[in-house]
Structure formats: structure tokens, C-alpha cells
Design a protein around this ligand. Structure first.
Ligand code: ZN
Length: 218
């Protein structure tokens, strides 16, 4: 077999047959591909790099993400950060699910710097996830950080493990929510939040509760 220059270089790489790179190479062979052909020769390296980034949320620490951006304020109206884009990987298939996250809370003397909310979302999205757990983790983290009167998180996502595989296509768009404190106890507060995020968003009336399993465990 005549190897391309790229393939010869790849073989000199110490990670050629081990670690994530080695595993991806083995996977390509299992998929009946030729890992030494030009287009694939650097694929193991690229996949490793991509997966390292897409799972970098495991290494993130809440305190570092918030980085001291907690402020004492005399403000007790709802704070909303809506349409936060996120990209995650479903833990059942390692395929992407992505969409928008809406976060609200009612301060009880303390607020979080607004720019920190999307970073918290990224921290939990960049892990192997299920949508329900990610939704809860974002809400719980904000509750623990500033002990507000209430926290609400709604996540709307498309799951490629369902839409690409043609499984239950009609449910491939899932909405999950976590309501804590005032948002759980007070119907008007919850409705106000849902009304505010509904404007210009995909959330349909009545879809404020989780709509079942976010991906099929098969
Ligand atoms: Zn899945």
C-alpha cells in the first residue's frame, strides 16, 4: 500500500494508535473506512480536538465561570436572559442537540452579571447530557449562587439523534423547564415569564412543561 504524505506523517504521531485518536482510527476501520485515505488521515486528530472542546464543561468550576460577578442590589423584579444559544451532545448517542435556553430569576438582594448566564449555560451544555438534567443543573446552580426568590429555566432543543435517524420525528423538538421558588409557587409569575419568552420564540402555548423524553434510549 502506498501511503500519502499525510498518512505517513499521521503514523509518526505518538497518539496514532492510542487515546481518543487511536479509538477514532479504530472506529473508522470498524465502519469499513480506510483511515489512511487523504480525507480521513487527520480525522482522528480533528475529532479528538472537537470532542475535547465539546466536553470542556466537565473541567469548568462554577466559581470560576461566575468569577465574582455577584452584586448586591435593591431590585426585586424579574431578570430575564432569553434566547441563549447552546450546543450539547446527547449522552445516549453522542449526537448533537441544540437550541435556545431562557433563564429568569427574581433577586433576593443579589444578582449575577448578565454575561455570566450564557457561560453557565455553556458549562452544562459542553458535557454529555440529557436535556432535562441540563435544564435542572442551570436552575440549581443559579439558586445556589444567589439564593433568589425564584429561578426559571426553559430549554427548547432539536435532537439530531432523533431527526437524523428518523425516530419519532414529530418529537425531535423538545421543551423542558425547571421552575423553582416563586416560579413554582406563583402561577402569575410563571405565566409572566412564559409570556415574555414566548414573544418571538418557538415556545408554543401550553408547552411550558417538559414534553417527554428528549431522546430515545435505544
Ligand atoms: Zn440521543
Amino acid at each position: 500500500m502506498v501511503l500519502t504524505l499525510g498518512a505517513r506523517k499521521a503514523r509518526l504521531d505518538p497518539g496514532y494508535n492510542c487515546g481518543v485518536k487511536g479509538l477514532v482510527r479504530k472506529l473508522l476501520i470498524e465502519l469499513k473506512e480506510d483511515p489512511d485515505r487523504e480525507g480521513l488521515v487527520r480525522t482522528p486528530e480533528r475529532v479528538e480536538k472537537a470532542l475535547t472542546f465539546l466536553t470542556s464543561g466537565y473541567d469548568a468550576v462554577v466559581a470560576d465561570v461566575i468569577n465574582g460577578a455577584l452584586f448586591t442590589v435593591d431590585y426585586s423584579e424579574m431578570v430575564i436572559v432569553k434566547d441563549v444559544d447552546f450546543y450539547s451532545l446527547c449522552e445516549h448517542h453522542l449526537l448533537p442537540f441544540f437550541g435556545k435556553c431562557h433563564v429568569a430569576y427574581i433577586p433576593n438582594g443579589r444578582v449575577i452579571g448578565l454575561s455570566k448566564i450564557p457561560r453557565l449555560v455553556d458549562m452544562f451544555a459542553r458535557r454529555l447530557q440529557i436535556q432535562e438534567r441540563m435544564t435542572n443543573q442551570i436552575a440549581e446552580t443559579i439558586r445556589e449562587a444567589i439564593d433568589p426568590l425564584g429561578v426559571a429555566v426553559v430549554v427548547e432543543a432539536t435532537h439530531l439523534c432523533m431527526s437524523m435517524r428518523g425516530v419519532e420525528k414529530q418529537n425531535s423538538f423538545a421543551v423542558t423547564s425547571a421552575m423553582l421558588g416563586t416560579f413554582r409557587e406563583n402561577h402569575r409569575t410563571r405565566s409572566e415569564f412564559l409570556e415574555l419568552i414566548r414573544r418571538g420564540s418557538y415556545v408554543q402555548r401550553g408547552a411550558s412543561q417538559g414534553t417527554g423524553p428528549d431522546c430515545v434510549d435505544e
